[in-house]
Design a protein around this ligand. Structure first.
Ligand SMILES: NC(=O)c1ccc[n+]([C@@H]2O[C@H](COP(=O)([O-])OP(=O)(O)OC[C@H]3O[C@@H](n4cnc5c(N)ncnc54)[C@H](OP(=O)(O)O)[C@@H]3O)[C@@H](O)[C@H]2O)c1
Length: 210
């Protein structure tokens, strides 16, 4: 797990634990894990360092990444970490990769036609597009969960999922808890391998649109 100290990362670790998975957190600041650390295997390191990742990966079924930059300024974090992760996974034979991306990369009216939003998220989107390029060329069994605005709302398990687009009729938000739920479902029962998946909360029960 990359990004375990973040909002989505914490939700993934907590839910993975409820589901009975064993989790390794690869983090730069283990002290930030707090009580989440109980029962986790923890590696300290820089996720851009392929050699360090390579040491942590053997014995794992999947890599989940909820890494994200601080702020909206120029960044190469997500692309750089995708490069190191792909390198380490290829070297160790771990094939399943699940990464959080950004829904702003869907070219859809209503989501992207908001020019201000595009401009605001330009740097994050550029970095995430680089990540998607590297991952889609990796030959691994990847899934990118392109997410709209993340909230700290509860786990509802009521959200739309669509391949290559945002789910029709969905909101433009999803809770970090529901994003974690999708990623863990996908680890357990892969249904969107080599897909850019749109995820969003839905007001009506229209889950699993694709
Ligand atoms: N926020 C939104 O509305 C939104 C919308 C769509 C998609 N996303 C994407 O969803 C993902 C998760 O978002 P989130 O809000 O849950 O994340 P978050 O709370 O901001 O957590 C980000 C994680 O990335 C790590 N990180 C940041 N910079 C790093 C660096 N230079 N080196 C190593 N680790 C670093 C953080 O580690 P530390 O704790 O050590 O800093 C933390 O674990 C991100 O990729 C984000 O771009 C967010």
């Amino acid at each position: 797990m990359l990004g375990a100290t973040g909002g989505t990362g914490r939700a993934i670790v907590e839910q993975a634990r409820w589901r009975g998975h064993r989790v390794t957190a690869f983090v730069r600041s283990p002290e930030k894990l707090g009580s989440l650390r109980d029962g986790l295997t923890v590696f300290q390191g820089d996720p851009r360092d392929a050699h360090a990742l390579r040491a942590a990966l053997p014995g794992h079924d999947a890599v989940l990444s909820a890494l994200g930059p601080v702020g909206l300024g120029p960044t190469t974090l997500v692309g750089d970490c995708a490069r190191s992760t792909v390198t380490a996974m290829r070297a160790t034979g771990v094939r399943r990769l699940l990464i959080v991306g950004v829904a702003v990369l869907f070219e859809e009216d209503g989501l992207l036609s908001a020019m201000a939003r595009r401009r605001l998220l330009r740097e994050v989107a550029r970095d995430s597009a680089e990540m998607e390029h590297l991952v889609s060329e990796s030959g691994l069994d990847w899934t990118v969960a392109r997410s709209p605005r993340l909230t700290d709302g509860p786990l509802t398990r009521v959200y739309g999922v669509a391949d290559g687009r945002m789910p029709p009729g969905a909101d433009l938000t999803i809770s970090r808890a529901d994003l974690a739920d999708f990623l863990l479902d996908e680890v357990e029962q892969p249904a969107h391998v080599r897909r850019m998946v749109g995820l969003a909360a839905v007001s009506a029960p229209a889950r699993r649109a694709s």
